[in-house]
Design a protein. Structure first.
Length: 174
């Protein structure tokens, strides 16, 4: 599994996530989530090594009641909250189990932000997070799912860990 993230802000973490010639970078095959309650009571880090965080994730603890103008969770492009926002997500009260994810234009402010609606569906004890997003400048939308998996291929990619998630592009009508 690989994913691309725009690499507008250069830092020492970018080299660990395999920078590409076109300015994008591949995520590591495995990302761990950890929190440090002494320094970040309402946040976590995404990292390939606990000592070297790659991304900061922060939740908005003061949001009562929920409103549409503030995000529940924010993903930053580096290990601090001063880094550029990569994405934010808000729980949708009107559509239970769904989230509105906003992906800012890159570089910041040069285009339209992308809105993605993510919904959870569970069948046969398998969880899938489905989302659709524009994949080209013509506004063509494609559907994807993060699916739970315990296949031998996943275990091999994750260094023996028996379960994880895989990103699947769903069939397109194009």
């Amino acid at each position: 599994m690989s994913a691309l993230i725009d690499d507008e802000k250069h830092s020492e973490t970018a080299s660990r996530v395999h920078s590409q010639p076109d300015g994008t970078r591949l995520l590591p095959i495995r990302l761990d989530v950890y929190g440090d309650r002494t320094t970040r009571a309402d946040g976590w880090y995404l990292t390939d090594h606990k000592q070297q965080p790659i991304y900061a994730v922060n939740r908005n603890p003061g949001r009562k009641p929920r409103s549409n103008d503030r995000a529940d969770i924010i993903l930053y492009s580096g290990p601090t909250e001063e880094d550029i926002v990569l994405a934010s997500a808000s729980y949708m009260r009107t559509n239970h189990g769904s989230y509105r994810v906003m992906i800012p234009s890159m570089p910041a402010g040069t285009g339209k932000d992308v809105e993605v609606i993510v919904s959870n569906s569970s069948t046969w004890n398998k969880t899938a997070w489905r989302f659709a997003m524009e994949t080209d400048i013509m506004g063509h939308r494609e559907e994807f799912e993060w699916r739970s998996s315990s296949s031998p291929h996943i275990a091999q990619l994750l260094g023996g860990k028996s379960s994880g998630y895989k990103l699947v592009r769903l069939r397109s009508n194009a």
